[in-house]
Design a protein around this ligand. Structure first.
Ligand code: HEM
Length: 425
């Protein structure tokens, strides 16, 4: 039996490969108070489901750290935000029903299954263009040259902002994610400056859309009306609400999908038998592969809730006001739900039961879009590249030191050009 005090979930070594720790927790303490932090972590599938569905007790009104106002924020950071007039509102991911439902109704339409199906040709074109850019070289740094660019181009296009600002979006998006670790004052200040820059940029773009609406999400949002009690017409969103929603679309819409691509590529390299099955070209297997990547690597490893009252989960007492991390990544390898949970199985029948997109009212707005990007991306990569392998000297894989988002820093690959038929191209 693994001694639970023998690992520290916040340490880089455990973050790189947390799965044995998750197993030990599921078996011995599925609701566990992490000694180094004081917050709880829930690792069993049934208990994560129970908590996430109970939004009255497990509240989402906690994710304020991204704006510097969260618990434990440095006074210098709070002061900087105050001086610069940071706008902050709790929407979507940090709101509970019924307010959450009102915001959610405004963004649900953006990426429905039907709308995403209509985007297939457009996504395919970006995938092909990105591959065109590196296929002649026989090598690629896959994270920078494909996995980052694809989702960020798509979300930039959908929001209606130029792709040439990609580096800014990436920096802002990275800055907006609370990484759940203590990174120090200077780094926090640098993050705060980027968040302020992000807000200025989008406030300007929103003014432009008010004056001259276009066919994009920014225009939809500035013209949207939020339901209000006693006001059947609703009211326009204010600047803080607009920024909060845009920030979430931008952050959630790129880093997560980037990490799913890098993780999926590593799984392919580690599982040549499964790769061979996928090379057969069966789209159904490819869709299952995408679910398996999400299940096994869960790019959003876990998200926080705060308890609104004393409660009991799985027989464990949790006091009111506790932070609770619902660990999708651990639940997704629960052997009570998934047979041989650590194995990649592109024929797994219940792969779709994975909960990497969350569950219930906060279920990921972009799930359909992310799935389509992954499906078209991996299908095309396997059609056009052959003999993909880790580049010599780059076999060691390093993950970002982040408790919330699991992602590789780099992935250097070499490959041959596949002999593809014209039709497949
Ligand atoms: C592989 C890619 C992705 C993963 C793993 C992922 C994961 C998640 C998870 C776990 C949640 C639940 C949050 C909670 O319960 O507190 C969530 C919510 C959300 N996601 Fe995603 N996401 C992905 C891609 C995207 C994309 C592409 C977009 C936008 C275009 C997006 C936008 C959002 C938004 C706005 C929310 C908040 C929804 C709400 O609170 O109602 N995500 N995502």
């Amino acid at each position: 039996m693994t001694d639970l005090t023998s690992f520290n979930l916040m340490e880089q070594g455990t973050l790189e490969c947390p799965f044995p720790a998750y197993r030990a927790l599921r078996e011995q303490a599925p609701v566990y108070r992490i000694p180094q932090t004081g917050f709880f972590i829930v690792t069993r599938y049934d208990l994560v489901m129970e908590a996430v569905r109970n939004t009255e007790v497990f509240s989402s009104q906690i994710n304020q750290a991204a704006s510097g106002g969260g618990p434990g924020a440095y006074p210098e950071v709070v002061e900087l935000y105050r001086k610069e007039g940071l706008l902050f509102a709790s929407t979507l991911i940090s709101a509970d029903p019924p307010l959450h439902t009102r915001y959610r109704n405004l963004v649900n339409r953006a990426f429905t299954a039907g709308r995403v199906r209509g985007m297939q040709g457009y996504i395919q074109q970006i995938v092909d263009e990105l591959i065109d850019d590196f296929i002649g070289k026989g090598e690629v740094e896959f994270v920078a040259e494909f996995a980052i660019k694809l989702p960020i181009y798509i979300i930039a296009d959908q929001l209606g902002v130029p792709r040439s600002d990609m580096q800014k979006f990436k920096d802002w998006s990275d800055a907006s994610v609370p990484i759940g670790l203590n990174i120090g004052l200077e780094a926090e200040l640098a993050r705060a400056r980027l968040v302020i820059e992000f807000q200025r940029y989008f406030l300007e773009r929103m003014e432009e859309r008010r004056a001259d609406p276009k066919d994009d999400i920014l225009s939809d949002l500035v013209n949207a009306r939020l339901e209000e009690d006693g006001n059947p017409e609703g009211r326009p969103l204010n600047g803080a609400e607009l920024l909060s929603i845009i920030q979430q679309l931008l952050v959630a819409g790129n880093e997560t999908t980037t990490n799913a691509f890098a993780a999926g590529m590593v799984l392919l390299l580690e599982n040549p038998d499964q790769l061979a099955l996928l090379k057969g070209g069966d789209d159904k297997l490819m869709r299952t592969f995408c679910e398996e990547v999400l299940r096994l690597e869960s790019p959003v490893a876990g998200l926080f809730r705060v308890t609104t009252r004393d409660t009991v989960l799985g027989g464990h007492e949790i006091p009111a006001g506790s932070l609770v991390n619902l660990r999708w990544a651990a639940a997704n390898r629960d052997d009570k739900v998934f047979a041989e949970p650590d194995a990649l199985d592109v024929c797994r029948r219940n792969a779709g039961a994975q909960i990497a997109f969350g569950v219930g009212v906060h279920f990921c707005v972009g799930a359909m879009l992310a799935r389509e990007e992954m499906f078209l991306g991996f299908r095309t990569l396997l059609r056009r590249l052959a003999n993909i392998r880790l580049a010599d000297g780059h076999e060691k894989l390093e993950y970002h030191p982040n408790f919330i988002l699991r992602g590789l820093k780099q992935l250097r690959l070499t490959f041959d050009r596949a002999e593809v038929s014209q039709a497949a191209e």
